[in-house]
Design a protein around this ligand. Structure first.
Ligand SMILES: Cc1cc2nc3c(=O)[nH]c(=O)nc-3n(C[C@H](O)[C@H](O)[C@H](O)COP(=O)(O)O)c2cc1C
Length: 170
């Protein structure tokens, strides 16, 4: 599948069929996270993949009661040290680095006929405890992954005119 097709096809999947992920598919998808760019190529990230049914059930509470997370074949946590590199512009690189890698995962998943959903609504402390994340690290994002059930909804997006300006902020 072409990249544009995967971008257009990706949507937030909140309903999954009951099907395990093949190990080779998981590896293929994580390979794109490995290849993602990061500030200064520091690659200060770890991806914790949760596939255990009981642990996925406990992730519902971590994710503020979002029940659908337990039905995904896997939940991926993107983790980075809190002390990671802050760029000259004053922005900590870790949120950007993890976001790029996670979106690589989302697009690779779409190209394999899988669905994902970013999960930002989760309790940091509970996520760290359940996943044994060290104190000096932060779970930047969670993402569900699995075989989708149902059809994608229509995309609701602002127009290009509303979001793009030229030469100066408008
Ligand atoms: C950083 C981030 C956090 C998000 N957190 C959640 C979440 O906790 N639960 C959820 O159901 N969707 C979450 N979403 C999905 C967005 O609601 C979704 O991407 C947006 O509505 C656009 O829809 P689409 O992904 O289907 O194109 C999140 C998306 C992003 C990028």
């Amino acid at each position: 599948m072409e990249l544009m097709e995967a971008i257009e096809k990706r949507y937030s999947v909140r309903s999954y069929i009951n099907r395990e992920l093949e190990d080779d598919v998981v590896l293929k998808i994580m390979e794109v996270a490995r290849l993602a760019p990061s500030a200064k190529n520091r690659q200060e990230w770890k991806f914790v993949i949760v596939r255990d049914r009981k642990k996925k059930e406990r992730m519902v509470e971590v994710a503020k009661g979002q029940e659908f997370v337990k039905n995904a074949a896997a939940i991926i946590a993107g983790v980075s040290p809190e002390t990671s590199y802050t760029m000259t512009c004053g922005v900590p690189a870790r949120h950007i680095d993890i976001a790029i890698a996670m979106e690589h995962i989302a697009l690779a998943a779409a190209s394999h006929g899988l669905g994902t959903c970013w999960i930002g609504a989760f309790y940091q402390d509970k996520a760290k405890e359940l996943l044994d994340v060290p104190d000096n690290c932060e779970v930047v994002s969670l993402m569900t992954l699995g075989y989708p059930e149902g059809e994608p909804p229509e995309k609701r997006r602002k127009s290009i005119d509303e979001i793009v300006c030229y030469e100066r902020f408008c």
